[in-house]
Design a protein around this ligand. Structure first.
Ligand code: ADP
Length: 339
């Protein structure tokens, strides 16, 4: 046994350096070594538990189950589960000596973050499926009705084709937005060039100007903006999404874009005099597929992903985003991207 505990300094250093909890027990179920992370993960104080009876001081079914697999089947045992407010994974392995099995080694990992990501991902997949299904169901329904005779009535046929056209466009935009999000998220957005933000703002406002009756788009370019090192496509996507929202959610009034340097930041503000939002809604609007008024967003051709894309772009450039809004008065999105 001593032979195993002996290489003291190296073993201690190795155990201390590990991010995961480690504990080893001998065949008499005494703890032969462990590290501090193990104690922390199990919510225990920093105490000396060497040579203590394992099953008397540790109460964790996940770890017990993993050890049972090793003892009963002789192979590695992996178990995951909830432990207090955490999700943990215990991986137990036979501790092999020169000729005999000396006990069991257990690695305990905190997988809370991993589980959260998995659940975000699976929620996203089910949301996407639902969002894709809605326009597809509508398209199929109208195609079916046309095939069943409606095609003979030209006026009706034209109306149905228009609806199919709108739904197809909706699908196209949705897929575009999903692709944009996954491109930004994949972290492979290496393109960084000196971007003329003033020019990008001009191009975007030219594109949107006059696109909605009753809404005036105001952009007064400042004489000079220091080039901002980024992927110009991302800056344009950010501007388009914010301006498009401002115009969508303003029946009649003004939308103003401000783009300028402010100290060490590139400052982008989009203000509108539109419908505004309740204060309680503000923390949620950057979530994927979150819409305050579902039918209004759909009617306006919204995908529910615009602000999520904006948030991802801001994070990509280590920026900050602030929203102020008042129902019936309008909204103001302020973005600061550090140079
Ligand atoms: P959508 O495609 O539905 O516009 P977004 O992610 O761009 O999705 O925005 C999420 C929700 O936030 C919108 O559905 C809308 O309810 C609200 N919203 C975003 N921008 C504004 C704005 N300028 N004025 C009022 N509401 C807004």
């Amino acid at each position: 046994m001593d032979e195993m505990i002996a290489p003291g300094i190296e073993l201690d250093a190795m155990l201390r350096s590990m991010n995961n909890g480690v504990v080893a027990i001998n065949n008499e179920n005494q703890i032969i070594f462990y590290n501090q992370v193990f104690l922390t993960l199990l919510g225990r104080p920093a105490e000396n538990i060497k040579l203590q009876p394992f099953y008397e001081i540790i109460r964790n079914e996940i770890i017990f189950d993993a050890i049972d697999i090793v003892r009963q089947k002789g192979c590695d045992g992996i178990k995951e589960g909830e432990w207090r407010d955490k999700a943990i994974r215990a991986t137990a392995t036979p501790l092999v000596g020169k000729r005999e099995i000396l006990g069991v080694l257990v690695i305990v990992e905190d997988i809370t973050q991993l589980k959260k990501l998995e659940s975000v991902r699976s929620d996203f997949v089910s949301n996407v499926t639902h969002e894709l299904k809605t326009p597809l169901t509508s398209i199929r329904g109208f195609v079916e009705t046309l095939k069943n005779g409606a095609i003979a009535d030209e006026a009706v046929a034209r109306r149905f084709l228009d609806i199919i056209d709108i739904e197809t466009e909706r699908l196209y935009f949705l897929i575009q937005d999903i692709l944009t999000l996954s491109e930004i998220e994949s972290g492979t957005d290496y393109e960084v060039i000196a971007c003329n933000v003033g020019k990008a703002a001009r191009e975007v406002t030219d594109l949107l100007e006059g696109s909605k009756e009753g809404v005036t788009l105001i952009y007064e370019p400042v004489p000079y903006i220091r080039p901002y090192y980024c992927n110009p496509t991302r800056i344009k996507e950010l501007l388009i999404n914010l301006l498009d929202n401002a115009m969508k959610y303003t029946e009649e009034g003004k939308v103003r874009l401000i783009c300028q340097e402010d100290g060490d930041d590139l400052l982008i503000c989009v203000e509108d005099t539109g419908i505004g939002m309740e204060k309680e809604q503000l923390p949620r609007i950057f979530e994927r597929f979150y819409r305050i008024d579902k039918s209004r967003s759909r009617k306006q051709g919204g995908t529910g992903l615009g602000l999520s894309i904006v948030k991802h772009i801001v994070e990509l450039y280590n920026g900050r985003i602030k929203v102020e809004s008042q129902v019936g008065k309008g909204s103001r999105f302020e973005i600061r991207l550090p140079y």
